[in-house]
Every structure is written in structure tokens, then in C-alpha cells.
Write a protein that binds this ligand. Structure first.
Ligand code: AHR
Length: 482
């Protein structure tokens, strides 16, 4: 048996609610037939957005939603998405994607979605194919007070007199790849140019394009070049470093083997190392005060074709208990490193990689990953506390936090087939005799939800006697609250 010590005097920092953020790109079925069904649809909707999805998403209290990409952001012209007559364009993903971009969802619709679900908006601005003035005008359109500028008046004419609430702006996306194939030095110069023009209009937070997975040379090159100009000035021009880490694939999304399960856990666990190494570099340049980590794309990236659309929706994948355990493991890592992380956005919300929802026509179901976000929501805004196992054999992942006198401990069992018992013990505070435990587990690690069996995987709640060990089922996750 393993004992888990909750070391109450050792606080790790406050868990920013935005660590539980989401990402929605104009790609495949994320918007069209996913989030957006259109105002005239027979499918129940709120001003065009799928009602069932809006309600289920709201229930997990999403703190922030990133938009419009991804790669799509780097060819997006915000003017296409406002007003009555909207052009149809190629998407960044054309011809891999079967859809053309109708621009039915634009700035107003997206901002309204954020209002509906109670999330803050995070706009990813195009750095590759427009000018800084173009983005500044978008900001003017969105943020200028009612009745002031010509663009604010245009916004009013289009139905929104008051400014939109958009506190976060990304400056480019994956500029080491789809966003212009830049070197870190070139990107740092471009960042300076855009960020200076953008910040001068508004004090909103700006995030620079960070590294891809293990590419620390990007982090080093960007920080070096940025601080060459003037550390004091540049430190104030950047509020976040947007890194991406997809832990990839290991076998089939659904019919994986036990060895492939283990492989996936190993790949997902690398997130911790990536966070630590990037943080070392950022701190070395003295940028750690302002520039915290924003992991604005993360998740598994399985081969296409396993989702309900059978490959029609680009990147749509089925999501099993394995993806749920990867989610739990990743969120535990974020909680433990909350002193370094400002935001994280799982990619992507619906009908795509590591999704929380699968939807089409009248169907709308939640994946096992959705339930992890629900079970973990008590961590948002809480103080992370240190939690250590006596036997640290890599079979379990944990994080713990305390808020308003309540403790939440989330434990993921990373093994394919071994139930593990864990005894909770407090340092600096006693563990009460009784608690509530929510469990997400299935007989079979391949279990997943489908349109025909939408509740094959869902959590259950039990009252627990905490004087006895807590059972963490194989390939399962528990959330203990007391
Ligand atoms: O999430 C899909 C794509 O993955 C995004 O558009 C891009 O930023 C990343 O490469």
C-alpha cells in the first residue's frame, strides 16, 4: 500500500483558473456542425450555438476560450467575420479540410459564445500575413469605448455598443512552423514590432509564440533576442510564453495494446520536463516575473478517422479512458507547477484532437476527458499543496489543493490493469474521517462514449471512510474532497 502525504505547510502557489482553459479553431468540425449549427437550424440553439453543448460546457465553468486558431489564425482577416455580407474563403487547412470558411462565426458571434459560457476570450492575432496596424484596428474595433472611434461606432452598428471583454491576445501562432517558418530571432523582431503597436493601445495581456515540445533552442533564441533590445522594456511587453506540446499517438486511438497504453503515459508525462526546462531558460534571462507559461495547445494527437464522422472532420478523434487519464496526469502536472503557469488550453473543444465533446446533427455527447475537467474544477483558484507518495514508482499521478477550508486531491492511476490503494495522511493538518470521492473508471481501459452509448463512461460519487485506504482503480481517476 502507498501512503500519500499532504504537506499542508508547503504551498506551491495559486492555481490560475485559466489553467483549465479551452481552444476552438476554425478547422474541421469544431465550429460548423460542432459548436455552431446556425440560427435557423432545427437543432436547439442559442443564436446559432448548439444549446446542449453550451449548457454542458457552462456546467464545468470554462475560464477561457482561445480563438480563431491555431494555424487558421495566421491567415485570418477579422474584417471577413463582421457585418452582413461575409465572404467565403479558403481556410489555412484547405485542401486537407473539406470545408471552406464561410465566416458565419466571427468576432461578434465568438464573443457572444464566451458570454454564454461565462469564459474570457483569448484572441490569437495573425502575425504572418497582416500588418501591426491591421491587428491594432481589430483591437480598436473590439475594445474602444462606445461612441468614440469610427471602428467603435461600426461595432455598435453591428449590434454591440459596449466594448467586448477580450483580456488576452496572442501575437502569432506556431511561428516556427505554420506561422511563417520563422527563426526565433526573426520572430522576436516581429514580436517587438507588433507588441509595441498593440500594447500602446491597450493594457491587455499579450502572449508571445513559444516553443514546440522539446525545442528549447526556440525559447533560448527568442529570450536572447528579446532581451537584447532592453530587458526592462521588453519584459513589460510580454505577459506569457505560449508553448505547445502534443503528446502524440501510441497505436490505435481505441484498440491500443497495454504496451501502447504505457507508451502514451510516458509521452504525456514529458510535459513536466518541458515545463521545467523552459522555465529554467526563461528565468535565466530574468523574464520569469512577467512572462509565465501559457500552454495553449496540449493533448493526444491520434491518427484521423476514429471519430463519429469517420474522418470527414479533420483531426477528429475518439476519446477513451486513456485520454481521460492523460488529461488527469497533465492537469496534475499543471497544478503542481502553478507558480510558472498562467494559462493552458486543451486542444480542442469539440470534434477534434483531445476533445471534450463529439457532436453532429442532433447528437452531442461528452467524452471521458469532459468528466476529468468536471472532477478537477475545485482546483481552480485554489492553493496547491505539496503531495508526496511514500512509494514513488511512477504508477500514480497526484495533485492537491486547498480552498475555503476544503481540500481536493486528484489521483490518476497510470497503470493499465492494477488497482492501487492509497492511504491519505496529513502533515500540518489532520485528514478527517469522512470525505466524498468521485471516481471515473471503467472495466475496460478502451471504454468510450458514442452517439449510441453516450454514457458508457461517466463518474460516480461515493462517501468515503478516510481512516481506510482509498482505492484508485486501474486506468482510472479519483477526486477526493474533504
Ligand atoms: O490543433 C491543431 C493544430 O495544431 C493547430 O492549428 C496548430 O496550432 C497545431 O499545430
Amino acid at each position: 500500500m502507498n501512503t500519500l502525504y499532504l504537506v499542508y505547510p508547503k504551498k506551491l502557489g495559486t492555481i490560475a483558473p485559466e489553467i483549465y482553459g479551452h481552444f476552438s479553431e476554425h478547422i474541421g468540425g469544431v465550429f460548423y456542425d460542432g459548436l455552431w449549427v446556425g440560427k435557423d437550424s432545427d437543432i436547439p440553439n442559442i443564436n446559432g450555438f448548439r444549446k446542449e453543448l453550451v449548457e454542458k460546457l457552462k456546467a464545468i465553468e470554462p475560464p477561457v476560450l482561445r480563438w480563431p486558431g491555431g494555424c487558421f489564425a495566421e491567415i485570418y482577416d477579422w474584417r471577413d467575420g463582421i457585418g452582413e455580407d461575409r465572404p467565403t474563403r479558403t481556410n489555412w487547412w484547405t485542401p486537407y479540410d473539406h470545408r471552406y470558411e464561410s465566416n458565419e462565426v466571427g468576432t461578434h458571434e465568438f464573443a457572444e459564445l464566451c458570454e454564454l459560457i461565462g469564459a474570457k476570450a483569448y484572441f490569437a492575432a495573425n502575425l504572418t500575413s497582416v500588418t501591426p496596424l491591421h491587428i491594432r484596428n481589430w483591437m480598436d474595433y473590439c475594445l474602444s469605448p462606445r461612441g468614440t472611434t469610427t471602428l467603435a461606432k461600426e461595432r455598435e452598428k453591428n449590434g454591440h455598443p459596449e466594448p467586448f471583454d477580450i483580456p488576452y491576445w496572442g501575437v502569432g501562432n506556431e511561428n516556427w512552423g505554420g506561422g511563417g517558418n520563422m527563426t526565433p530571432e526573426y520572430y522576436a523582431n516581429e514580436y517587438r514590432r507588433f507588441a509595441t503597436i498593440m500594447r500602446n493601445l491597450s493594457p491587455m495581456q499579450m502572449f508571445a509564440c513559444g516553443s514546440d515540445a522539446f525545442d528549447y533552442s526556440w525559447t533560448d533564441g527568442f529570450c536572447r533576442n528579446l532581451t537584447m533590445a532592453s530587458k526592462n522594456v521588453m519584459g513589460r511587453l510580454v505577459d506569457g510564453f505560449s508553448m505547445h506540446y502534443y503528446c502524440g499517438a501510441a497505436g490505435d486511438p481505441v484498440a491500443f495494446t497495454e504496451a501502447e497504453w504505457d507508451q502514451m503515459m510516458l509521452q504525456a508525462g514529458k510535459m513536466e520536463d518541458i515545463i521545467e526546462r523552459n522555465w529554467h531558460i526563461i528565468s535565466g534571462y530574468g523574464l520569469d516575473k512577467n512572462m509565465k507559461l501559457v500552454i495553449d495547445e496540449w493533448g493526444c494527437w491520434h491518427p484521423d478517422g476514429s471519430g463519429p464522422s469517420k474522418g470527414y472532420n479533420l483531426f477528429e478523434q475518439q476519446s477513451t479512458m486513456r485520454d481521460a487519464v492523460v488529461s488527469a496526469l497533465t492537469l496534475n502536472i499543471f497544478n503542481r507547477h502553478c507558480d510558472k503557469i498562467k494559462m493552458a488550453n486543451v486542444a480542442q473543444l469539440v470534434n477534434n484532437l483531445h476533445a471534450l465533446f463529439l457532436a453532429s446533427g442532433e447528437h452531442c455527447i461528452t467524452t471521458p476527458t469532459y468528466h476529468i475537467f468536471d472532477m478537477y474544477k475545485g482546483h481552480k483558484g485554489a492553493e496547491a499543496i505539496d503531495a508526496v507518495f511514500t512509494a514513488d514508482d511512477g504508477k500514480l499521478s497526484v495533485s492537491a489543493s486547498e480552498k475555503d477550508g476544503k481540500t481536493l486531491v486528484t489521483i490518476a492511476n497510470l497503470t493499465y490493469g492494477e488497482d492501487i490503494e492509497v492511504m491519505l495522511s496529513g502533515v500540518g493538518s489532520c485528514i478527517p474521517e469522512k470525505g466524498i470521492i468521485r471516481v471515473l473508471a471503467a472495466e475496460d481501459p478502451h471504454a468510450h462514449n458514442t452517439f449510441d452509448a453516450p454514457e458508457a463512461v461517466k463518474p460516480f460519487t461515493v462517501e468515503a471512510d478516510l481512516t481506510k485506504p482509498v482505492k484508485v482503480p486501474a486506468a482510472g481517476v479519483v477526486a477526493v474532497e474533504f
